[in-house]
Write a protein that binds this ligand. Sequence first.
Ligand code: HGY
Ligand code: MN
Ligand code: MN
Length: 426
Amino acid sequence: MSPHPAQTGAVNCAADPVSDARGVLDRCDELAAVSAIEHGIERVHLSPEHARVNEMAAAWMAEIGMRTWRDQAGNQWGRLEGREPGLPALVLGSHLDTVTDAGRYDGVLGVTSAIEVARRLAPRACELPFALEVVAFSDEEGTRFSTALMGSFAVAGNWHEDWWDRADRDGTTVREAAEAFGLDPARVHEAARRREELVGYLELHIEQGPHLEAADRPLAVVTSIAGARRFTGRVVGEARHAGGTPYPKRRDALVGASEVVLAVERLAVERGGIATVGRLQAFPGGVNVVPGLVEFSLDVRAEHDEDRDALVEAIRAYAEQFCAGRGLEFELSEVHNAAGVYCDAGLVESVTAAITATGDAEPLRIWSRAGHDAMAIAAIAPVAMIFVRCEDGISHAPGENVTPADVAAGLDAFEAAVLDLAARRS
Ligand code: HGY
Ligand code: MN
Ligand code: MN
């Protein structure tokens, strides 16, 4: 593991911000090399790759004098004390887990940038009216266990006991994976932080959408984060001979599911929401068998939870009616439900002032279509986010890209937001 290029002691090297940004991007490259798949990036919750990147982040935090620890939900933490020991903390962070065949910046840029901001501020930490903490959350994506935000929900004190029995594709449960990772499931509640321990939570993240690029801006302040609801859906028909079964006798689950997929898109567009079927499998899966069962995933989002919930009901009503007309059964069972959250007005002011200080007189305000750990942490602390432009809005794909200049602007804004908040609290 290489030291940060600017890691020459406790000196603020912001005089060359693009060099700092390159150091951050180099670290994203180092983390990208820790993957469960040979060609591409996949790092899931409680995996050996997760353990390895936690160690790397902990070493980078320790290098700048942070006290480090891993909590009982697998999140990695570091802490610099403020002007006196034991003060409530301002937490900077994001996540190190990934989707399958991921890009190298989703979550990772937020963690490496948080460590860089802590490095810049370390010499002045003893003047801050709060402790400064960095967190690398363990499970934002939910790739392994088909849920999401398990790490940050645990920190918010919102662990769900039924998560322990969720299994991954190989049948390994969360409980078994946690034990293999060296965690004690009986102690997961120790990961919870108390409201009075926290001043706030700031997260820098790539935008994962095209709005910044379209507006020709490097940064935006996030106003709210849409909460996703996710479902496992089933269309049940009857598997029969593909040649011998006349059309009037067919109950083809895949034909029904195909119409449902089209309706998901049509209804989302009509209602200004966002709904996606990302996974679909037909059973028994024979070339000469009419599909008797289709299982699929459904992810539904909107700026406001009530619009999202209405979209879910519209999809359900249409799908039930359409499937019934073809002699099919339609089922939806919910696997994830995150309430949308508004970013804290005071922290949004600090982030806005900080982006303004980078030379953007009127920072763009965006609601986040993507979910973030900040949503879970909002239950126990004020939260705010900075978005950094990413090329063509690409994310959750290997083509994720950012420029050193935009990351440099993001680092400056991230640092300035911490200092703005410190000034307001002093
Ligand atoms: O899916 C999401 O919105 C997040 O990137 N996990
Ligand atoms: Mn993601
Ligand atoms: Mn993310």
